[in-house]
Design a protein around this ligand. Sequence first.
Ligand SMILES: [Zn+2]
Length: 356
Amino acid sequence: MRRPRKIRPTLIVLCVLLAAWLACSIRPPAMKQVMNIRDGEPMPGGLCVVYGDAYQIRLGGLEKLHPFDIRKYERIYLRLVRDGLIEPSEVFVPTPISTVNLLRVHSLEYLEDLKKPHLIARYMEAGAVSILPASVSDAAFLEPFRAATGGTLLAARLAIEHGMAVNLGGGYHHAEPDRGGGFCIYADMPIAIRVLQSEGLIRRVMVVDLDVHQGNGTALCVAAGDDVYTLDFHQGDIYPTPKEANDRDVPLPAGTTDDEFLARLRAELPNAFDAARPDIVFYQSGVDGLSNDPLADFAMTIDGMVRRDAIVFAEAKRRGVPIVMVLGGGYSADAWLAQFRSIRNLLEVFAGWNRE
Ligand SMILES: [Zn+2]
């Protein structure tokens, strides 16, 4: 009698790797159109959209195990295209951020630390990453973050030129000069600020951070000097602890509703603009204040998020200040939908986009 042949473990590993590679290679046509770095076109009214296929973290499907909807940005982009709100050719596809520019905010020691997968695993809160070879974790995790950080820099340049820009990524406000945390690796907003200041394109900056978590990393990165004013709304009793000091902190309790949040925003925002006197606004528009978000306890709705973003854009536009929006957090199943609807609203209200 013939003994059944043993399947070799290496064959199984090869099959898994092949399946992962195939899963990573299959892309809808609209994604293929944002694979190469290139200029796009401002939308009517001047709103520019920045995005690239390289933002996407791909680990052969394993990325779906993370609590963060890792495909949030892709979903938003594909829906904007599907609904005819934007043509892929209008999207600006950015160059990844350079090491020289990363070093404007981060220490060399930190960039060296990022060669250790167990540290990336800690910052990403994804333990399985620690078993990956360093080259794989760099390609799978760090490259997408470098692409999206380059996107925030490009979006800020476009905002200065055209008035308004949205990066369909970024907002990594927990990244500090010497360490990451809370799904954040590179401090995209502070990096973009320091690059543009070094080029003399801007001097004074305001960061408006309405993600439900405090932007502790941003606060630390821009603490030196008085040229960056930070306004930060957040839930007071959740991550991160301890909090860092912003120019204006607005801690709110669990259960905060749309009306409560928006009333406070309307009261705070003009004062912040007056104090900051900014040449540009960086707006971190995380939607983890939605009522069903697993990482926070606000009671806000999609409609509230749409109105919130419109209030910030309206104030910047009224004052003639360029504004760049980055997407930040949002971990519920409908987080992508909230941000898609908000961007659709911005296109309709501020960019004069017309369905007809
Ligand atoms: Zn958050």
